[in-house]
Design a protein around this ligand. Structure first.
Ligand code: IFM
Length: 444
């Protein structure tokens, strides 16, 4: 059993492109995800975010659902192309949506936790080179400043970027996310500029604007394990850890890139001159917390045929509907490692959850026992970590609603609330009821 203090924050999370819809309303122009998802073959089933959960029109109903869960906080992101539909052109109508959303959350006693960038870069910015162009740092800073000025009085905490690994590596190296490029040189530059824009935004917030709410970044971290103790498999695990975890943790917390990975990448990255003299100091500008999105551990083995000498290995762990290992024990190990190697800042679990094949019964119930169990295991792990003094300050369940799961479309349901995408009717799943019970009792 585990308990939670009164000031521990429980919440749920979403992101703009995954739920809002209304892609042509309120002065919004296309984002890279509108473009990418409209290319045949890029998203399962040809799904796009055009309608998503129609949250733009139904946010009041969604706030009622959040309220019924009894959570302290709601994490959402802002759609950049609503705020700057063109370069340098601010759109107050786009911002009004988030001001209104935040005010209504506050009126219900729910704290807004805002992510500035959750992958929906404006198409205009992409056409000027996107994150590969160093000017993206300037564009992001202008956008972040507009968000801080309009929303800081309502917002409880700020996240600059959600999962830079996905935006940079899935978007520019693996090509499975927008903008769909497969170029490691671009990916490393994109990652650098995303992190630099994070540092610039934090510095702006604290030094120039002198604002005082907690601000940080969210990383998707997976502990990587070798399939055996062979030198080759250990090397494979080290490389994947570098690719996924250290490439972001080291610059943010140690002010340097991992040398082994710089060497490994130099086959693709012909010059590191794009890293300018003060960049790492800015990237490691002190934040107030670290956000972590945790889903699974990963097991890898050596592969001479792969770019960085690793590939995923067979694992006999139970799996979520994404085929990901369910691994609450390794979640705890990840936190121990962060505490030992990287930071003593408060940690927020800004996402944790699982997709499963849910069945909507005729009476409107969804008995998502697997998701309930996944959630319980991870919340219990958080309670245990806190008993050991690990200072986890909050937990956000991903996700409030079934939504647009990027390249997987609407087929993968992560919500604790079922969405019928034909009618847009919402149905509270058993996992949501159980979550409300845990939050209410502050005990698991
Ligand atoms: O849906 C995503 C979210 O946008 C970012 N983190 C992982 C989730 C599940 O894949």
């Amino acid at each position: 059993m585990g308990t939670f203090s009164k000031d521990f924050i429980f919440g749920t999370a979403t992101s703009s492109y995954q739920i809002e819809g209304a892609i042509k309303e309120g002065g919004r122009t296309p984002s890279i995800w509108d473009t990418f998802s409209s290319i045949p073959g890029k998203v399962v089933n040809g799904d796009t975010g055009e309608m998503a959960c129609d949250h733009y029109h139904r946010f009041e109903e969604d706030i009622e659902i959040i309220k019924s869960l009894g959570v302290d906080s709601y994490r959402f992101s802002i759609a950049w192309p609503r705020i700057f539909p063109e370069e340098g052109v601010y759109n107050p109508e786009g911002m009004d949506f988030y001001v209104n959303l935040s005010k209504q959350l506050l009126a219900q006693g729910i704290k807004p936790f805002v992510t500035i960038y959750h992958w929906d870069m404006p198409q205009w910015a992409h056409e000027k080179g996107g994150w590969v162009n160093r000017d993206s740092v300037k564009w992001f800073k202008e956008y972040a400043q507009a968000c801080f000025k309009a929303l800081d009085e309502y917002v409880d905490m700020w996240i600059t970027h959600n999962e830079p690994w996905c935006a940079a590596l899935l978007g520019y190296h693996q090509g499975v996310h927008a903008p769909g490029h497969t170029n490691m040189d671009e990916a490393v530059k994109a990652a650098h500029h995303i992190m630099l824009s994070h540092g610039e935004a934090v510095k702006l917030y604290k030094e120039e604007l002198k604002l005082e709410k907690p601000i940080g970044i969210t990383l998707n971290l997976s502990p990587i394990y070798a399939a055996s103790n062979s030198q080759n498999d250990l090397l494979a695990a080290n490389n994947m850890d570098g690719y996924l975890n250290r490439w972001f943790l080291d610059p943010i917390f140690k002010g340097k890139y991992p040398e082994d990975m710089m060497n490994l990448y130099s086959k693709y990255v012909h010059s590191y001159e794009f890293i300018q003299s003060d960049d790492l100091e800015l990237i490691s500008y002190p934040c107030d917390f670290l956000g972590i999105n945790f889903y699974n551990r990963q097991l890898v083995e050596f592969s001479g045929a792969s770019d960085f000498l690793y590939r995923l290995a067979y694992s006999d762990y139970p799996k979520s509907g994404m085929g990901w290992d369910i691994s609450p024990k390794e979640f705890k190990s990840l936190i121990y490692r962060l505490r030992q190697e990287y930071t003593q800042l408060p940690i927020y679990i800004t996402e944790n959850g699982a997709a499963f094949d849910d069945v909507l019964e005729e009476d409107g119930t969804v008995h998502d026992t697997d998701r309930k169990q996944y959630m319980e295991q991870h919340i219990l792990a958080v309670a245990e970590l806190n008993q050991e003094g690990m200072n986890i300050a909050g937990y956000y369940l991903w996700s409030l609603l079934d939504n647009f799961e990027w390249a997987f479309g609407y087929g993968k349901r992560f919500g604790i609330v079922y969405v019928d995408f034909e009618t847009q009717k919402r149905y509270v799943k058993d996992s949501a009821k159980r979550y409300a019970e845990i939050v209410g009792a502050r005990k698991i």
